[in-house]
Design a protein around this ligand. Sequence first.
Ligand code: SAH
Ligand code: DHB
Ligand code: MG
Length: 223
Amino acid sequence: MNKETFVAVDKYYEELIVNADPKFDRINEAADLAGLPSIQVSACQGKFLQLLVQMQGAKRVLEIGTLAGYSTAWLASGLGKDGHLISLELDPHHASVAAQNLAQFDFQGTVEILVGDGLQLIDEMILAGQDPFDLVFIDADKEGYADYLNRVTNLSHPGTFIIADNVVRNGRIIEKNNQDSDILGIQRFHQELISNPRLDATMLQTVGARSYDGFTFIIVNSD
Ligand code: SAH
Ligand code: DHB
Ligand code: MG
């Protein structure tokens, strides 16, 4: 089995069952034109995020790491008109490309992009006494994952579902003595996870257009 097969199978199911609005491809085309890195979730993964939002009956969704708004659009597609999605993005250029992309959809007031450091913005939301989120997608700098998880539990309720992207990194996660900052960050994230008795989790490995990686899925339980 090789990468070409993974990509072809992704494409097969993307065309057969995902049924994405052509606007989703437009996001990735605009991202390429603007010179943004091609590190967004795949269409099949994005659709999965939409289904999770629907399954959760989520009204409030938090995303950390917007890029061009591709995963943002999938998450927002699972929300009703009374839903609200806040996406946090450090890079103002990424945020402006995302805002233009998301304006092509009918999300109106449901999607909000906040520009700044994710951790700082989360701390501001905690201080402002924001309502808890029903679903959180962590997909920004891997070095920040542990802190994002730690803080996001202060913006959660029992039943909040947290998804973290890129927890496998081509298998580098299990390399002994790997000192890469992304790997150390993801290891620290899982130490944070297991240190919190309210959190229960699993992991799924993924292959496909985004090579070999994985998601960690976490539910927040009551004390
Ligand atoms: N969720 C997107 C991909 C996100 S890529 C998708 O699947 O479509 C990671 C993004 O996180 C990049 O746009 C990067 O600029 C942003 N980022 C990096 N460090 C950050 C930080 N400290 N706070 C917020 N966003 C950050
Ligand atoms: C990278 C970041 C991501 O969020 C992703 O999905 C893939 C790669 C990266 O920074 O390399
Ligand atoms: Mg990612």
